[in-house]
Write a protein that binds this ligand. Sequence first.
Ligand code: SF4
Length: 374
Amino acid sequence: MAAPSQQRLVVVSVSPQSRASLAVQLQLNPTDTARKLTSFFKKIGAHFVFDTAFSRNFSLLESQREFVQRFREQASSPQALPVLASACPGWICYAEKTHSSFIIPYLSTARSPQQVMGSLVKDFLAQQQHLTPDKIYHVTVMPCYDKKLEASRPDFFNQEYQTRDVDCVLTTGEVFKLLEEEGILLSELEPALLDGLSSSVSAEEPTSHRGGGSGGYLEHVFRHAARELFGIHVAEVTYRPLRNKDFQEVTLEQGGQVLLRFAAVYGFRNIQNLVQKLKRGRCPYHYVEVMACPAGCLNGGGQLKALDTPSRELLQHVERLYSMVRTEAPEDVPGVWELYQQWLQGEASERASHLLHTQYHAVEKASSGLSIRW
Ligand code: SF4
């Protein structure tokens, strides 16, 4: 047992994509999976178990706000648009290494749900618990290995306390292996409620967002921008597949004029196409949700595979379970505005900018494959 001075509060934050993958594998519904996972992590020593759908509310709200601001600045700032979503570290790693200073100005600065959760746990929760950030060990459960690279970025390292916002990232597959190694059958565990980050944050059941399994960035930014910039309420967002199902377009039109043109671009083949359009000055989009994995995060490289089920069929099953969870608009989530006031000292404050946004860095071309830098 660790000496009292070395004991740390252990926090686990589980992504909705990992939960859906585990739910399929364990033949449970998403709510039971969330509750039994909570029970499992507490059994092996976690003090708190959170859902990263909650931190995603902040990531979406900041993305919405940033887009509207940059849209209004486009006349005076040539690189204000398009805004390229930045929640996928696979894409960011590629953008920084391959196109660096050309792409960086277009990237959204909003932190991803994992890294917003890092701020919530190491800053807000630390204050609540009267602990310094280094006295908390924060583990996340994510659908891909690239989230480990994201957590290790110097931007998310606290120099003062020599600690990271996220100390350890486990993929969905690694959690499944852990269950097997511990000899624990999740179905036999007593369910336990997820934890909420403050008393007004309900954690009775897991929640999610509209707009697909990669976080719904396009859909949320689109609805918000239509309302804020043009006073138009969008009841249903209609996707139009272009080259293939991983390159889709959404437009807002009025009187035959296109007011907003957004795209969802998944997989490196389509990303390369998008970058070429940008470089030739022929990118027609105001906002692009960019994700490195074909089909997005539910198909991440850290998700569970099934030997006896074709991957397309398995993915459809995961998508079905993912979409069974109740969705909320981030504006309506209890506790979010309270945290903006109490923790961040208001929307668009310096603190919100510091804790909910990040920056990107041009990476020198590596001279050998062994010297890759993040
Ligand atoms: S698209 Fe793939 S690499 Fe990118 S965050 Fe999602 S799972 Fe990870």
